[in-house]
Design a protein around this ligand. Sequence first.
Ligand code: ADP
Ligand code: MG
Length: 264
Amino acid sequence: MTTGTTAAAGALDAQEVSVVVNGKTLVHPASLQVAPGEMVALVGPNGAGKSTLLRTFYRAQRPTSGRVLLDGTDVWRMPGKRLAQQLAAVLQETAGDFELTVYDVVAMGRTPHKRAFAGDDADDRDIILRALEELHVDALAHAPFDQLSGGEKQRVLIARALAQRTGTMVLDEPTNHLDLRHQLDTLRLVRRLGATAVIALHDLNLAAAFCDRICVMDAGRVVATGTPVEVLTPALLSEVYRVEAEVTEHPRTGVPHVTVQASP
Ligand code: ADP
Ligand code: MG
């Protein structure tokens, strides 16, 4: 693979994946099939198991049972470098990046595409600069990553995933610290890339607007998977989130819109 290419969008197929840690079942056997280029939102209350399930996709958590296939190959049987050429992860928590500049962090996205100890060539630098610009962090290129705001860090980590040029992305609450415009920009970007993407999101309206399907988890189980219209019903929202929600339909796009009464 040459430095400039983007891996083809991959099919992601989680088959009956369970995670048991210290005798506690964090994820009951869960299945999720994502077609090449499809964007799927993973939603559900805090502690539902979203991050744990996502961690099995990018090989941070070994499933207790079941398997995760990327284009038909078990991710746990792929060489690490090959997996990193095909799948990028944007995570919430970051540790150990404190010595690095923003540029360095984004440049790490190129590592899987290089021979050991090779420096950045002109193609790499071009890809890195374009990723910095895309996420509006180019002005921060020489700033220490550690000193950025939460939202800026988040955008740098998205830029790193972008520079990785993978066909498949796993994003864990990527819009968490972002202002409204950068939330929209980020989801538009993922959409435009045409990458296969699984994205943990709390904002159900963003999930409905941007994602082809929504997978709902609750208490370690997948309780619903379907199009936003199929999934976002008052009954399901009441069952999963214990809130009374109204769901209206956008008159032009038909996208469901969830309104929760926020009275004290
Ligand atoms: P979500 O991302 O949906 O908020 P998580 O997947 O982070 O949920 O967590 C699911 C549950 O698993 C939570 O109750 C959490 O406390 C627990 N948990 C996560 N990681 C571990 C671990 N390594 N050991 C024990 N419990 C864990
Ligand atoms: Mg989480």
